[in-house]
Design a protein around this ligand. Structure first.
Ligand SMILES: Cc1cc2nc3c(=O)[nH]c(=O)nc-3n(C[C@H](O)[C@H](O)[C@H](O)COP(=O)(O)OP(=O)(O)OC[C@H]3O[C@@H](n4cnc5c(N)ncnc54)[C@H](O)[C@@H]3O)c2cc1C
Length: 426
């Protein structure tokens, strides 16, 4: 666990700031960190209190590691479990794929439970100059009557109603993003959605230098679109879970917890993935993908991370995108708030949705095509059976699925980059 950061004093009253960030998950804490670094007075409001559990696979790819390093987080400190790549199990085979060697990303991933990962990031934001208030449940926007812009939020602080005011508000409140909904930004039904469940088991496999991914999840005779994972947490437990996509007929009426139990039942007994070794219940949550909530800026509100549906549809990874979008949003907000007139400010803020689309839009559209394709069990079966045995192909697939390429990289990087660029961002 990280040292608690010293409290930052506000130049104004406690309930006023330049920017309010709602939610101190990876997206909110990263946004708050970069905003504070840019010299802005930032209020980070979090409804829970740290440390707290968060349902997740706890897996960090080199994309996420890059973001942690950029914020000065010491990932060599105890508690960060490094991994060298992805072990893929499918088509009757097992293949270990090291993370690609790239100029733009480190060559290792990490595992760290969200129990203290989120606290480390939140403390880092406070150390960077943000003010954080925990136990503050934001209940709605305060709107300027004339412009309809959000100029603050209503909240319950330890149960007591209160208000906070700012020039801009960031919705970093995760998948359900009540704040976005109250500003009229609902989920889009034409985007893929996932559901994932996980639990922890005490296991001799708790130390593993590969993240492990099982491509074949069977519901009796049906092959399901999604995958299972086994990530060694290094503390005596493994994080074991599975995620499924809504592109199959099975999506609505599946008992995910039961599926997890049935899947692990067929694993070797010595791994210990049995009920008695569970250290907590099986918990689950939704995976909002491929920009399922838009626009990412409207009337004083910017959306980052899961609130903006930014999970990668290829692999279900969301933490890297939460941190990256937080960084992008902070850069744009810092520029906007330095403009002289409201019109100039608005023009700068309206670049955020465009920048986010330019960065991920084409790639996410490809992801939507992929997700639709694997919703067909026959195609999924064919791809697993004929893909996994080919290491060169699988190395390409790893780069594509984990979105790990150099801008000016090798042939496979250039193919992936060109495909993402050619595909319309939507
Ligand atoms: C089972 C499962 C496994 C996953 N595995 C992985 C994985 O291995 N790797 C990966 O990269 N991604 C994974 N993901 C996705 C990842 O968890 C999310 O993409 C990531 O947490 C998004 O970060 P965020 O900051 O946008 O939102 P969140 O992490 O959801 O944070 C939102 C924060 O806002 C707070 N909040 C919410 N409402 C309010 C309110 N009204 N007022 C104040 N605060 C509020 C919440 O308490 C929370 O702290 C997984 C998801 C699931 C469900």
């Amino acid at each position: 666990m990280s040292e608690p950061a010293p409290a930052v004093q506000s130049p104004r009253g406690e309930s006023e700031a330049d920017v309010i960030v709602v939610g101190a998950g990876p997206a909110g804490s990263t946004t708050a960190f970069y905003l504070a670094q840019a010299g802005l007075d930032v209020l980070l409001l979090e409804k829970t209190r740290f440390p707290r559990e968060k349902v997740c696979g706890d897996g960090l790819t080199p994309r996420a590691v890059k973001q942690l390093i950029a914020m000065g987080i010491d990932v060599d400190a105890p508690g960060w479990i490094k991994n060298r790549g992805l072990r893929v199990i499918g088509g009757g085979m097992k293949i270990e794929l090291p993370w690609p060697e790239l100029a733009d990303y480190p060559e290792y991933g990490l595992v760290r439970t969200r129990y203290d990962f989120d606290e480390i990031l939140a403390n880092n934001a406070v150390r960077g100059g943000a003010r954080m208030l925990q136990g503050v449940n934001v209940t709605g926007p305060i709107l300027d009557e004339r412009s309809g812009h959000i100029v603050g939020v209503t909240a319950k602080r330890d149960g007591e109603p209160t208000t906070f005011r700012a020039k801009l508000v960031i919705a970093a409140d995760g998948n359900s993003s009540r704040l976005s909904i109250s500003m009229g930004l609902n989920k889009r039904d034409d985007r893929p959605m996932g559901v994932a469940v996980r639990t922890y088991y005490t296991s001799p496999r708790h130390e593993d230098d590969y993240l492990e991914s099982w491509l074949e999840l069977w519901d009796d005779e049906r092959l399901l679109p999604g995958y299972g994972w086994v990530f060694g947490v290094g503390d005596g437990t493994s994080n074991v879970g599975l995620g499924l996509l809504n592109t199959s007929a099975a999506f609505q009426n599946i008992d995910y917890r039961d599926l997890l139990r049935r899947w692990t039942k067929n694993m070797p007994a010595e791994w210990g993935y049995v009920e008695e070794n569970m250290t907590g219940p099986i918990r689950g949550a939704a995976l909002p993908m491929a920009f399922n909530r838009q626009p990412h800026y409207t009337r004083g509100l910017l959306l980052v991370g899961d609130a903006g549906g930014m999970i990668n549809p290829f692999n279900g990874e969301g933490i890297a995108y939460a941190m990256e979008s937080g960084c992008l949003a902070a850069q744009i907000v810092a520029q906007a708030l330095a403009r002289r007139t409201p019109a100039q400010r608005e023009r700068a803020l309206l670049t955020y949705p465009r920048v986010v689309k330019d960065t991920y839009g084409g790639y996410y559209t490809l992801g939507r095509i992929f997700v639709k394709a694997i919703g067909n069990p026959e195609l999924m079966k064919f791809a697993t059976r004929h893909g996994v045995p080919h290491p060169t192909l699988m190395r390409f697939v790893l780069k594509l699925l984990a979105n790990l390429t150099d801008r000016r990289g090798d042939a496979s990087d250039r193919i992936i980059n060109a495909l993402s660029k050619m595909t319309p961002a939507a």
